[in-house]
Design a protein around this ligand. Structure first.
Ligand code: SAM
Ligand code: TMP
Ligand code: ZN
Length: 411
């Protein structure tokens, strides 16, 4: 008899979470292995559900944070020119608006290699980054950024409030959705944020996931998949208000949410507009989420069929971008080195290692040209313009890109 699954409760409101997609047994998405590594690989069950009370979409199982964010965390935010430009723009906007008063203070959780705070530092503005992953925190320090190698949470935030005073801005990019302990985070924000300050975070948007069937946005680190509805409910649960939303083109479609303490700011029209849009497309309906899950199975079947056909025909196939996202694709679709010979990636910390779970070798981009393959599966599809611009010669030499977002096709 199948074992009955324990009821999963919502990390925000304690409501009941109903599962709608099971992506199976998955490794840590950023655990790139040395070729001679013989330690047992960590796996967990990757499944997604929705809270029936607050609509928050979330994983049904979480991975302990120290397994994901540690000295060897390999992701470098500054690895893409597009993202460097995106974050210097965000910093310049903060400097011109929220940080324009005398002696402002901005805190970032998950500052990584200082991609955003380096612009703040250059402007001479008081700042502090929380970054538990030691090696990337050290990279930020080399750019002059002040960093604590610690997790942002209630106790660490309260300590900084005591020592350094309130922050006008608390910022988090691609980090809030990584944190399955919002109670502690919001206690920390409440302690550290100035009375009129803003808590701004940007993360992949559930609306884009559903529209593009981009199921590879679901992995260990992406615990929450936010929408305007669920973030509004989360803000209210913790005594905050959603006062602005902005759609961002980065990472396949994100939203920048601005929260303020309740009744401190007038919500922008963009909030009501996005809530209405989500209502119109029934984004929070279980039926919509089940439809997304059915689309995921179609993409998997189409992708595996294409890769098997190309292999049978004798074509060479490699992949481009050893993204955390690709761990979900390779492990869910059972794609190993027999279908994709290697993955090229510009990140030194990933090169000459093997991808988590399926053990596809990771090579530097120079390997891509030596010689060019017939096909390249674009795992870093969110950086498509940048990568295709850098690799124009691949197409000229007769190579073809393969994409699976929003559907499987040869470009
Ligand atoms: N903000 C960067 C960006 O958008 O490219 C980095 C995003 S990276 C995907 C997530 C980062 O959050 C990692 O560097 C990780 O170490 C950090 N992180 C995870 N939990 C955190 C927490 N509780 N406080 C501060 N940083 C955290
Ligand atoms: P991300 O989608 O999580 O930002 O990861 C992108 C990955 O792709 C990261 O490992 C760096 C890699 N990459 C390249 O190899 N070449 C490139 O030109 C870009 C933009 C990214
Ligand atoms: Zn809930």
């Amino acid at each position: 008899m199948p074992r009955e699954r324990a009821t999963v409760t919502c990390r925000v409101c304690d409501g009941t979470v109903h599962e709608f997609l099971d992506l199976g047994r998955q490794p840590l998405s950023d655990a790139f292995r040395e070729p001679d590594c013989d330690t047992k690989e960590f796996f967990f069950r990757l499944a997604v559900g929705q809270c029936e009370s607050c609509t928050m979409v979330q994983l049904t199982e979480s991975v302990p944070r120290d397994k994901m964010f540690h000295e060897d965390y390999p992701y470098h935010s500054s690895g893409s020119a597009g993202m460097r430009e995106h974050f210097s723009g965000a910093a310049r906007r903060f400097l011109a608006t929220e940080l324009a008063a005398p002696d402002p203070f901005i805190v970032e959780m998950g500052c990584n290699d200082g991609v955003m705070l380096s612009t703040i530092h250059q402007a001479g503005v008081r700042h502090l980054g929380f970054e538990p992953s030691g090696r990337v925190a050290e990279l930020a320090r080399t750019k002059g950024v002040r960093v604590l190698t610690e997790f942002f949470e209630d106790s660490t935030a309260a300590r900084i409030r005591e020592a350094e005073g309130p922050a006008q801005v608390i910022f988090a990019a691609n980090t809030m959705c990584h944190i399955p302990y919002p109670n502690s985070i919001f206690r920390g924000v409440d302690a550290l944020l100035a009375p009129d300050g803003v808590f701004v975070f940007e993360d992949p948007y559930l609306g884009d996931l559903v529209e593009k069937t981009s199921f590879d946005q679901i992995y260990d680190e992406h615990f929450f998949l936010f929408s305007a509805h669920s973030v509004r409910a989360m803000a209210e649960h913790y005594g905050f208000e959603l006062v602005d939303v902005e759609r961002l083109p980065v990472h396949g479609g994100e939203i920048r949410y601005t929260l303020a303490r309740t009744s401190r700011r007038t919500p922008s029209a963009a909030v009501a507009d996005l809530l209405a849009e989500e209502d119109a497309r029934r984004l929070s309906d279980m039926e919509t989420l089940r439809g997304f899950a059915a689309g995921v199975m179609r993409v998997r079947d189409d992708l595996v069929a294409l890769l098997r056909r190309l292999r049978t025909e004798g074509s060479s196939v490699v992949a481009y971008g050893a993204t955390a996202k690709s761990a979900t694709v390779t492990n869910f679709c059972d794609i190993g080195p027999e279908l994709v010979s290697y993955v090229c990636d510009s990140t030194p910390a990933k090169q000459h290692r093997m991808t988590p779970g399926k053990h596809i070798p990771v090579r530097p981009p120079t390997a891509f040209r030596d010689p060019y393959p017939d096909y390249a599966l674009l795992f870093a599809w969110n950086h498509a313009d940048e990568i295709m611009a850098n690799e124009q010669e691949f197409r000229r030499s007769g190579g073809r890109w393969i994409s699976y977002v929003p559907n499987v096709r040869v470009l």
